[in-house]
Design a protein around this ligand. Structure first.
Ligand code: ADP
Ligand code: MG
Length: 239
């Protein structure tokens, strides 16, 4: 336990320092991005797209760091939205991965609405799905379920990946905890802080067969107007 506390303290200290650095470099990076767009127009070159995407990567990491440690610096107005729609949206970013990983969607009560910072929630669900795809080494399955349960929307993301060893479970969500060679260990920190801010509950179960994340989000509208509730179940990446 002492060892664990020492790890947490060390990671917390690193987090403090890097949040400060992230804050300092965010503005110059954003400025560079603006000027790049101008230069791209004045001096056409096929190399700009590489520079642009590398810069996006750096800004993304900085953003993630800030949203973990200084969430109020990445402010965003709150709106109503559907978690199903967000998942659909994110899955389109993983279309290449869906050749090796089958994605089953079991979406019920698709019109149920939640309230909050849509982009932040989108990023959190993206981070969970990215981990699920990364946990599956070759072929496997991800099952995403969405349904209403009393006053909550329940979203579960189940993967047949490598799983998380029991003695590592308590480290999930700690900034910089990663078991990947090129991981940042920031994804789940962003996930946990986002759902905490939205009064959503998140639990994880894992064994050597795979991992299940369950998110229970308060709903603001069931979308139920007396007509039959829209339901669909289908498989993507079947071919
Ligand atoms: P990163 O993905 O950069 O390593 P994350 O914060 O997203 O950082 O995840 C931290 C660690 O949690 C991962 O390195 C991995 O060990 C573990 N993990 C998270 N999600 C899963 C999953 N679905 N299956 C297996 N391990 C996972
Ligand atoms: Mg990750």
């Amino acid at each position: 336990l002492d060892n664990h506390n020492a790890t947490l303290n060390r990671l917390a200290a690193i987090g403090e320092v890097s949040a400060g650095i992230a804050h300092e470099i965010r503005n110059p990076l954003t400025a560079v991005k603006g000027f790049l767009q101008l230069m791209e127009r004045d001096y056409p070159s096929p190399h700009w797209s590489v520079v642009q995407s590398e810069l996006e990567q750096a800004i993304g990491t900085v953003h993630e760091l800030l949203s973990v440690s200084k969430p109020n610096l990445v402010s965003e107005p709150k709106t109503q939205f559907s978690l199903c729609a967000i998942v659909e949206n994110i899955l389109s970013l993983f279309h290449k991965e869906m050749y090796r990983v089958k994605v089953h969607k079991r979406f019920h009560h698709t019109k149920a609405m939640v309230y909050g910072k849509q982009n932040q929630v989108k990023r959190a669900i993206f981070n969970l799905l990215k981990n699920a795809f990364e946990a599956i080494e070759n072929e496997g399955t991800i099952v995403i379920e969405h349904h209403l349960s009393s006053d909550s929307v329940v979203l579960t993301i189940r993967d047949t990946g490598s799983g998380i060893p029991e003695d590592k479970l308590h480290l999930l969500g700690t900034p910089f905890f990663t078991t990947k060679e090129t991981g940042t260990g920031l994804g789940l920190s962003q996930v946990y802080s986002t759902f905490y801010e939205h009064n959503a509950d998140i639990t994880v179960e894992s064994n050597s067969e795979g991992t299940v994340f369950t998110i229970t989000f308060p709903t603001v509208s069931t979308g139920f107007d007396g007509s039959p509730v829209a339901e669909l179940t289908y498989v993507e990446g079947e071919t």
